[in-house]
Design a protein around this ligand. Sequence first.
Ligand code: HEM
Ligand SMILES: *[C@@H]1O[C@H](CO)[C@@H](O)[C@H](O)[C@H]1NC(C)=O
Ligand SMILES: *[C@@H]1O[C@H](CO)[C@@H](O)[C@H](O)[C@H]1NC(C)=O
Ligand SMILES: CC(=O)N[C@H]1CO[C@H](CO)[C@@H](O)[C@@H]1O
Length: 340
Amino acid sequence: MRNKLALVVTMTAPVAASLAAALLLSLVYPAAAKLSTEYYQKTCPNAEQIISEVVTNKQISNPTTAAGTLRLFFHDCFVGGCDASMLISSNAFNRAERDADDNVSLPGDAFDTIIRAKTALELQCPGVVSCADVLALATRDLVLMLGGPFYAVHLGRKDALGSSATTVPGNLPRPNMTIDELIDVFAKKQMTVQDLVALSGAHTVGFSHCSEFASRIFSYKGSGGHDPTMSAQYAEALQKACANYQKDPTIAAFNDVMTPGKFDNMYYQNVLRGLGLLASDSSLAADKRTRPLVERYAANQTAFFDDFTHAMEKLSIVGVKIGRKGEVRRRCDEFNNLST
Ligand code: HEM
Ligand SMILES: *[C@@H]1O[C@H](CO)[C@@H](O)[C@H](O)[C@H]1NC(C)=O
Ligand SMILES: *[C@@H]1O[C@H](CO)[C@@H](O)[C@H](O)[C@H]1NC(C)=O
Ligand SMILES: CC(=O)N[C@H]1CO[C@H](CO)[C@@H](O)[C@@H]1O
């Protein structure tokens, strides 16, 4: 009952936010003004339905899909725009974005979800729906499935004609960046401090590998102990869980130790209580520009959902390509001119 209520509240507010986002952002990303929620109405009217079915089934059979896909979408958009360039596989001639050094373990389930949805679409409307749009819609559907807010996705993105690992460095945030560096990485994509804090709420789901936070829990800055801004109990539990991480690099911890699979505002409550997992999570509570937002979202989930929705609308149009700047790929992991 409570869940249902939350959904009703968040379905109305985003409409205003989405309009504002579309108007403002189209000044910075002019191609975004050409996107529309009706883009496939004539050419593939069931596109959203088809994607939603595939994605729902995948998430039910593999619950790690949603968080992985959300992260994949974020990385795709921040490296050269929301253009499915992150989906391209490397080959003998090209090392693609997804194999860049700081592209830490994007999970296979996320790629597989997009490929499955695309395959289903190709059966009904071949060559019509771009992989970039599939990824944007799949992400929206999966956030909703985890209990997060619904938002409209404007469509008509074209898929990138290139993807190179060399373009990745500097575009993605890292856990060991200072708050100034984090703000900067987001500002380069026209994302505000509010967007940074609201989007970081994505860490209310999914997990991180021990190597991403090991320097906080084992001999922090040579001290022999853990990062003192972390709860001692939490740090000790992580030390135990990660004791063997160098031998077994697949060991990971939930980003949100309290409600790991639920898209809610628990992340912010955690961060305020020393239960932030990554250094970048904790640093949001330590800076005077970001802390008020963390406090606001921790106290009010509706405020978080409103701002997350707004920020996802913005993220979804970063660097989008239209017309001849891109293509509609036949396969999401290959350019068309290589598969013929
Ligand atoms: C603010 C700077 C951010 C940093 C430094 C950061 C860093 C990371 C790192 C290191 C991981 C763990 C990866 C692994 O070990 O496999 C992770 C996971 C994740 N990140 Fe972020 N991230 C940031 C922002 C975001 C944003 C804006 C989103 C989406 C809107 C996002 C979504 C996720 C999700 C969903 C996961 C879990 C992935 C999974 O379970 O497979 N992150 N992040
Ligand atoms: C941050 O971590 C990366 C590896 O993920 C490393 O290459 C870099 O030197 C680190 N930067 C700082 C400032 O510690
Ligand atoms: C929570 O935030 C929403 C959206 O900003 C606002 O409308 C609502 O009044 C807030 N609720 C409380 C209890 O402050
Ligand atoms: C999914 C994926 O391609 N991950 C790659 C990220 O980068 C590392 C380091 O180069 C690769 O080993 C992974 O395969």
